[in-house]
Ligand binder design. Structure first.
Ligand code: PHE
Length: 360
C-alpha cells in the first residue's frame, strides 16, 4: 500500500468513527487544520524536486479533498440524525382534544339584565346609572317622599353613618332605582327615555326577599306620553322577555308618592304541577310598580310639568329571572353556591334573546 493510500484509509476510518460533532471537529483539525497531518505533508512539498512535487502534490490534493468531502458528508448525516431525533421527541398531535379548563358562568341576574337592556334598547331606551349610596334627597325628598312620610318607614332603609357631631340627614343605601329618574332628568332634561338597572337594598329576608336585590327603573317623558304608552311598553317587553306571545298583564290601582295615578302590574301564570308557566292559569304574580310621573317629581328634577309628562316603572329583576328560568328560591341567588351557579348560570356566549320579540 502506498503512503497516500495508508493515509487515506486511516483518515477516512477516523472520520467514520467520530461519534459526534466535537469528535468530528477534532478529526478535521488533526488532518486538515494548520497543524494537521495532511497540512504538514503539504508544507513539505516546497522541499521537493519539481517532478516529485507534481505527483506528490496532486496525490495530497486529492487526499485532502477526499477527507474534506467525507467530513462534510459525515457532518450532514449527524445534523440530519439530530434533527430527526428532535422532530421525534417534539412531536405534537394537533388532533388531540383540548384539556378542559374550569370556566365560570354568567349569573342569571347578569343574564337577565342584559336581556332587559337589549329589549328596551330596541324600543329606544338608553341606560342611565346612579350611585348605590344615595343622598336621602334623591332617594326620598325629590320623589315626593318628605321626611315624615310613612313610605320612608316602609322602605326598611339601611342608613350610612355620619361623622360624630355631623347632624345632616345620613346617606342611605338606595331602597329603589327611582332616584336615577331624578339624576337622569337633571342630566338630560326632557324628552327622555331611559332604563336604570342596578342594585337596591332593604332590610328584609325570606324566601322572596333578600337585603340586596335588583331593579330596573324605566322612565319615558315627552309632551303627550300617557298611561296607554306605559301599558303597551310593558306588554311588549313581557312578550319579548318571556318569549310567550299570549302574555297577560293585570294593572292594579296602587299608590306610590312619586306617581299619579299608580298601578302595580301582575303577570298571569300557572304553578300547577310544580312547573311555572307564563300566560296561562289562574295565578297572578306581581312584577313591578308603575304610574304617571308625579308633577312634583318632574319639578324636583328641573323639568316643567306644565310642558312635560310621562310614565315610570320599577321592575324586580330577580323576580322576573325566577319566573323566566324557574328558579324557586331568591336567597340562592346570592349564596355563591358553585353547584347552583353551574346549574342556573349561562355560558359566556349566550346572547340575550330578543328573537321574534317585538312586533312593530
Ligand atoms: N320604586 C318603586 C318600588 O321600588 C317602584 C316604582 C317605580 C313605582 C317607578 C312607580 C314608578 O317599589
Amino acid at each position: 500500500m502506498t503512503d497516500t493510500e495508508t493515509l487515506r484509509s486511516t483518515w477516512l476510518a477516523r472520520v467514520a468513527d467520530a461519534g459526534d460533532a466535537p469528535a468530528l471537529e477534532e478529526v478535521r483539525l488533526a488532518a486538515l487544520g494548520k497543524k494537521g497531518e495532511i497540512s504538514g505533508l503539504m508544507k513539505e512539498l516546497g522541499r521537493m524536486t519539481p517532478e516529485e512535487r507534481q505527483t506528490r502534490g496532486a496525490d495530497l490534493n486529492r487526499l485532502r479533498d477526499e477527507i474534506d468531502t467525507a467530513l462534510r458528508v459525515r457532518r450532514t448525516a449527524m445534523d440530519d440524525a439530530a434533527l430527526d431525533a428532535r422532530l421525534k421527541s417534539e412531536w405534537l398531535d394537533v388532533t388531540l382534544p383540548g384539556r378542559p379548563r374550569p370556566s365560570g358562568t354568567i349569573h342569571p341576574v347578569s343574564q337577565v339584565m342584559d336581556e332587559v337592556t337589549a329589549i328596551f334598547a330596541d324600543m329606544g331606551f338608553s341606560v342611565a346609572e346612579g350611585p348605590q349610596v344615595e343622598s336621602d334627597w334623591f332617594n326620598f325628598d325629590a320623589l315626593n317622599i318628605p321626611p315624615e312620610h310613612p313610605a320612608r318607614q316602609e322602605h326598611d332603609t339601611f342608613f350610612m353613618a355620619r361623622a360624630e357631631g355631623d347632624d345632616r340627614a345620613p346617606h342611605v343605601l338606595r331602597t329603589h332605582t327611582s332616584p336615577v329618574q331624578i339624576r337622569a332628568m337633571q342630566a338630560q332634561g326632557a324628552p327622555i327615555r331611559v332604563i336604570a338597572p342596578g342594585r337596591v337594598y332593604r332590610m328584609d329576608m325570606d324566601q322572596t326577599h333578600t337585603p340586596m336585590f335588583h331593579q330596573v327603573e324605566g322612565l319615558a317623558i315627552g309632551r303627550d306620553i300617557s298611561m296607554a304608552n306605559l301599558k303597551w311598553t310593558l306588554e311588549e317587553f313581557c312578550r319579548a322577555f318571556f318569549e310567550v306571545p299570549a302574555v297577560e298583564l293585570r294593572f292594579r290601582a296602587s299608590h306610590f308618592p312619586f306617581t299619579e295615578p299608580s298601578a302595580e302590574v301582575d303577570i298571569r301564570c300557572d304553578w300547577s304541577g310544580g312547573q311555572l308557566k307564563i300566560g296561562e292559569g289562574e295565578s297572578w304574580l306581581e312584577i313591578l310598580g308603575s304610574g304617571m310621573v308625579h308633577p312634583k317629581v318632574l319639578s324636583a328634577a328641573g323639568v316643567d310639568p306644565a310642558e312635560w309628562q310621562g310614565f315610570a316603572f320599577g321592575m324586580g329583576i330577580d323576580r322576573i329571572a325566577m319566573l323566566k328560568y324557574g328558579i324557586p328560591d331568591l336567597r340562592a341567588f346570592f349564596e355563591s353556591d358553585l353547584r347552583w351557579l353551574r346549574h342556573y348560570g349561562f355560558a359566556a356566549g349566550d346572547v340575550p334573546s330578543v328573537a321574534g320579540g317585538l312586533s312593530r
